[in-house]
Design a protein around this ligand. Structure first.
Ligand SMILES: [Zn+2]
Length: 341
């Protein structure tokens, strides 16, 4: 999307690769495949480097808790499912929190049918990704700007404390030009709640839970944002595809591939990329059109393949990431403390 390119290019012109980013999961000074040493690529400034997060072996995140937060049943599947599948595979226990109830009547379905179908689709996508449990907050669809944010925050704070959440994946509360009120209201409530969860706010909670600060964040956006982490999702692209295919009621995936295949057949045509049955057509439609060729139209973000290509990866998702702050006092004391004479 042009507006995203504007910000990444604007702040990065002239940045040279080796100093511009480091790599998690491989030798930090390795040059990504397909990227030339003296090639100039868009990248944030040196003091806020883009980190490439690659797959790692084993379960380095075992014992950690991930909360995957989305306003609607298709948001995580569309924008972050590869990273979510990767983090779960690497040991996280994950919970999904959906803030809206996705209610909207029309297209041959009653409002009640739509709510139920989207609830089932959310569960199906969560199952594909290996998520342990889904919490639905059930705020009215596209009306989240009419709710008191304290109420939403209070519920999120309780869940963050109850589940002892270490890491969250959500929309970026500082992303620009987001048009959907559910997206920016949820993002703002989540950011405030993850911070307040570590305080003594909402003291009545303390009878059943303890303060618990959420420190690690992966924020995605549909508009310009500061990208400082690119996650290699090549190993998990099929999980991401499947999580979109099982969302049948809304979203650009579902049975769209089978519908296109049927429509072409009625015109006496066929498209090789769709394969020879409805299942291959549905998967192929998501992988090739929704996530790649027609990504700007279907998702309003650049293709996952194009994002990956910039860093020598096959498929990638990008985020504004915040890690756990590290105190430097211990290191300073270690270096400078001397025995009193
Ligand atoms: Zn949404």
């Amino acid at each position: 999307m042009e507006r995203r390119r504007f910000i990444t290019k604007g702040i990065a012109a002239g940045a040279i690769i080796p100093a511009a980013y480091s790599i998690i999961g491989q030798s930090a000074n390795a040059t990504p495949i397909g990227v030339n040493d003296n090639e100039t690529i868009p990248s944030p400034p040196e003091n806020d480097p883009v980190v490439i997060e690659r797959s790692v072996s084993g379960k380095p995140h075992k014992g950690k808790v991930l909360a995957v937060i989305q306003p609607h049943c298709d948001d995580i599947a569309l924008f972050a499912a590869g990273t979510v599948a990767k983090l779960i595979d690497e040991g996280y226990t994950a919970y999904m929190i959906r803030t809206s109830n996705d209610d909207v009547a029309g297209a041959g379905r009653t409002l009640g049918e739509r709510v139920l179908n989207n609830e089932n689709d959310t569960e199906a996508a969560a199952k594909v990704l290996g998520i342990t449990k889904v919490y639905d907050l059930h705020y009215r669809n596209h009306r989240m700007d009419e709710y008191n944010i304290q109420e939403i925050k209070g519920r999120l704070i309780f869940l963050f404390r109850l589940l002892k959440v270490d890491t969250i994946v959500c929309y970026d509360p500082w992303g620009h030009y987001e048009e959907n009120p559910d997206h920016y209201v949820t993002a703002k409530a989540v950011e405030a709640a993850r911070w307040m969860a570590g305080s003594l706010d909402y003291p009545e909670h303390m009878e059943v839970v303890k303060p618990h600060l959420v420190q690690e964040r992966y924020y995605f956006a549909r508009g310009p944002q500061l990208v400082n982490r690119v996650v290699d999702i090549s190993k998990y692209i099929d999980k991401k595809v499947e999580s979109n295919v099982v969302i049948k009621t809304q979203g650009p995936g579902g049975d769209a591939g089978a519908a296109l295949r049927k429509s072409l057949a009625e015109q006496g045509k066929t498209l090789a990329i769709l394969g020879d049955n409805d299942d291959t057509a549905n998967s192929s439609f998501v992988k090739n059109f929704v996530l790649d060729i027609d990504s700007e139209f279907h998702r309003a973000v650049p293709s996952d393949k194009e994002v990956g290509k910039k860093y020598g990866l096959e498929w990638a998702e990008q985020f504004h990431y915040f890690g756990k702050p590290e105190s430097k006092i211990g290191e300073f004391v270690e270096k400078n403390a001397v025995k009193k004479s």
